[in-house]
Design a protein around this ligand. Structure first.
Ligand SMILES: Cc1ncc(C[n+]2csc(CCOP(=O)(O)OP(=O)(O)O)c2C)c(N)n1
Length: 369
């Protein structure tokens, strides 16, 4: 299978019914990798379902689901190495879990517990993990693009063997940071994979209201980098295209823009009512005909690699793993109020020192009376 930019066609490996669309032998992967991919798809959805329930139970304040976008997230994170850097947005948990984030840490983050690597300080969905090179997203749409490109520029200057992947949505391509980032990434030949999950909506704003180009991938032309349009609900295609771009970037051949065409199932976040802007029947059609998890299971079945017993075994195993992670997160204590001053600066500024003393005094007075 040849992976080429700007063909005007969406790159795909499997049909919606799961039948291979191309000769898959050239991908160089076999059943073990397929099982790993499928496990991650099912696992990501299970974690996400559980996370969203926390909001419905009134135990968490916010959640942005990844449901529908699992193939984009899993397929693009699997080709990365541990030394690579990941910049995500508010909807990147599938990729972050594949990069190594523990599920208990993810739930602790949603609940604002001490086990959260950002110590309960960040808005849910804005997690980071230093040791895994996962950078916490800033809430400002598109901000992470310039940050990621800067990291990749440093990787180039320092001649490391690292690459950086940056996730953002279609809405972020209307921000100045996208255009600045694309230009700098190309001019400096930085090893950056700019990965746009085009789920067709920025909250209620449809893609047609966001851009007048037919695709997002073609915008790469203007910056002198390669742009690839891939079926974002086809985990094999996303894996193959991202691996191609990661390998090129690691060899020193510069950045790439990938557009993964996909669809989100949930509302924008737990604070949104998507029934007010989706055309009738659209969501149901994507769920019924294009679901990334079902599609890959159909593929495995078409290759005689999967059956109902294996499915039941996997679901039971994942259910137990998710429950254990939730239990660990729940056991974690809420952070000490005074810890809010930790890690702000290496050394507290005089003003924060003063605020810290004031809070400590108020807490002591409260405890007494
Ligand atoms: C600069 C800025 N404008 C507006 C917002 C409010 N906001 C948060 S997410 C979002 C939509 C982002 O859409 P997209 O980039 O397509 O990502 P998606 O949520 O669809 O994954 C908006 C408008 C914000 N956080 N920052």
């Amino acid at each position: 299978m040849e992976i080429k930019p700007f063909t005007g066609k969406t790159i795909k490996c499997i049909e919606y019914d799961g039948k291979p669309a191309v000769d898959l032998t050239s991908l160089g992967i076999g059943p073990e990798r397929y099982f790993e991919m499928y496990r991650w798809l099912v696992f990501t959805r299970a974690v996400d379902d559980r996370g969203y329930i926390l909001v419905r139970q009134g135990r968490a304040g916010f959640y942005a689901q990844t449901a529908g976008q699992e193939a984009s997230q899993v397929g693009s994170a699997l080709p990365l190495q541990p030394q690579d850097w990941m910049y995500g947005d508010h909807r990147s948990q599938g990729s972050q879990l594949v990069k190594g984030l523990s599920t208990a840490e993810w739930f602790a983050h949603i609940l604002g517990k001490s086990l959260d690597p950002t110590a309960g300080r960040s808005m849910p969905g804005h997690i980071g993990r230093n040791s895994l090179h996962i950078v916490p997203p800033s809430s400002t749409v598109g901000n992470q693009i310039t940050e990621a490109v800067g990291t990749a520029m440093a990787q180039r200057i320092k001649k490391t063997d690292e690459v950086t992947i940056c996730y953002f949505g279609d809405g972020a391509t209307s921000e100045g940071d996208f255009h600045v980032g694309m230009n700098f990434a190309a001019v400096y030949g930085s090893p950056c994979i700019l990965f746009c999950q085009n789920n067709q909506y920025a909250i209620s704003v449809r893609l047609e209201e966001q851009t007048h180009t037919k695709t997002i991938a073609e915008k790469a032309h203007a910056y002198g980098m390669d742009g690839y349009l891939v079926d974002g609900n086809d985990v094999l295609a996303v894996y193959a295209v991202t691996k191609h771009c990661v390998d090129r970037a690691r060899r020193g051949d510069g950045p790439a823009l990938i557009e993964a065409y996909t669809y989100r199932y949930g509302p924008h976040s737990s604070a949104d009512d998507d029934t007010r802007y989706r055309p009738k029947g659209e969501l149901e059609m994507w769920r019924r005909e294009r679901d990334p998890v079902t599609r890959f299971r159909n593929f495995l079945e078409s290759q005689k690699l999967w059956d109902a017993d294996k499915e039941a075994e996997l679901l039971a195993e994942i259910k137990a793993q998710v429950a254990a992670a939730m239990e660990e997160a729940e056991k974690s204590p809420v952070p000490e109020p005074l810890s809010v001053f930790d890690h702000v600066y290496e050394k507290l500024t005089p003003h924060l020192e003063w605020e810290r003393k004031e809070l400590a005094a108020e807490m002591a007075a409260g405890a007494q009376g």
